[in-house]
Design a binder for this molecule. Structure first.
Ligand code: SAH
Ligand code: DHB
Ligand code: MG
Length: 240
C-alpha cells in the first residue's frame, strides 16, 4: 500500500520530469490557455504588482476563473473579499457582478490597497469595488455596524491564522444560500497529521459546522497542489 509520503514523493518526481516547467504548471497552462486567458487589465495588474515588489501570492488565472464562475453561478450582486493584495482576484470576482453589483475588499496594508485601487481603476472597476484599509477583523465589525450585509459570496484569502475568526465574523453577513470560499486550504500540512496550520483549523471548523455544506476542491499551483474550500450557507436541519 502506498503511504502518504510515497504519494508526495511521486508528485515531486512527476514535477521534475518535464524539466524546467513542472508537470503541474503544464496542466495549469493547458487549462488557463483554453478557459482563463488574461486580458490587458489582468496582465497589467500582475505587472504592477511585480514592479511594486509585492509577493506573488495572487490566485492563478484558472483559479480566478473558478471564483468568477462560482460568483456568476449564484448571480452574486454583493461580494466580500478578505485579503486584496494587488486586486488580481478582485478583478476576476468583480467582473462577475451585474452593473449595479458591489464588491468590498479588505486589506491591512495601505500601500497594497493603493496599488489595488489603481489596478481596479485601470480595469474599469473602480465604481463597483471599495477597498477598505485595516485589520480584517476590525473591518468586518464595521461592516456589521454599518449594516453592509447581506453578501452573496465571501472569499477568504488573508492571513491563514485569521481564517476561523473571519469565517465566524462573516457568517452573519452572508445570506442563506450564499457561498464562502477559502483559498489555500490544501496546504502541505494536511500530509502530516501532527502539523499545525491555520487553514487546517479552518477546514476542521467548516467541516463541523451544520450551517455549511462544503467540499474542498484541489487546485493546481505552480508550486504544487493547493485547494479551494467551497461552502454554501444553509439552515441546519432541526434535530429530530
Ligand atoms: N486575494 C489576493 C491575494 C491576497 S494575499 C489575490 O489572489 O489576488 C493576502 C493579503 O492579505 C495580503 O495582501 C495581506 O497584506 C493581507 N492581510 C494579511 N493580514 C491581514 C489582516 N489581518 N487583515 C486584512 N488583510 C490582511
Ligand atoms: C501563498 C499563496 C496564497 O494564495 C496566499 O494567499 C498566501 C501565500 C503562497 O504561495 O505562499
Ligand atoms: Mg491565497
Amino acid at each position: 500500500m502506498e503511504t502518504e509520503w510515497q504519494l508526495k514523493g511521486r508528485c515531486i518526481s512527476m514535477s521534475k520530469m518535464a524539466g524546467q516547467k513542472t508537470v503541474l504548471q503544464e496542466y495549469d497552462r493547458y487549462i488557463s490557455g483554453l478557459f482563463a486567458p488574461e486580458d490587458d487589465a489582468l496582465r497589467s495588474a500582475r505587472e504592477e504588482m511585480l514592479r511594486a515588489s509585492m509577493p506573488e501570492i495572487n490566485v492563478s488565472a484558472s483559479e480566478g476563473k473558478l471564483l468568477h464562475l462560482l460568483a456568476r453561478a449564484i448571480g452574486a450582486e454583493r461580494i466580500l473579499e478578505i485579503g486584496t493584495l494587488g486586486g488580481y482576484s478582485t478583478i476576476w470576482l468583480a467582473r462577475a457582478l451585474p452593473p449595479q453589483g458591489k464588491l468590498i475588499s479588505l486589506e491591512i496594508d495601505a500601500r497594497y490597497a493603493e496599488i489595488a485601487r489603481r489596478n481596479l481603476k485601470s480595469a474599469d472597476l473602480a465604481k463597483k469595488v471599495q477597498v477598505r484599509i485595516g485589520p480584517a477583523l476590525e473591518s468586518l465589525s464595521q461592516l456589521e455596524a454599518e449594516n453592509e450585509g447581506p453578501f452573496d459570496l465571501v472569499f477568504i484569502d488573508a492571513d491563514k491564522d485569521g481564517y476561523v475568526n473571519y469565517l465566524r465574523r462573516a457568517m452573519p453577513l452572508l445570506r442563506e444560500g450564499g457561498l464562502v470560499l477559502g483559498d489555500n486550504t490544501l496546504p502541505d500540512a494536511v500530509l502530516d497529521s501532527a502539523a499545525e496550520s491555520g487553514t487546517k483549523r479552518y477546514n476542521a471548523e467548516v467541516s463541523a459546522r451544520p450551517d455549511l455544506i462544503s467540499i474542498l476542491v484541489p487546485v493546481l499551483r505552480s508550486r504544487g497542489i493547493d485547494g479551494l474550500l467551497i461552502s454554501i450557507k444553509q439552515t441546519p436541519a432541526p434535530k429530530a
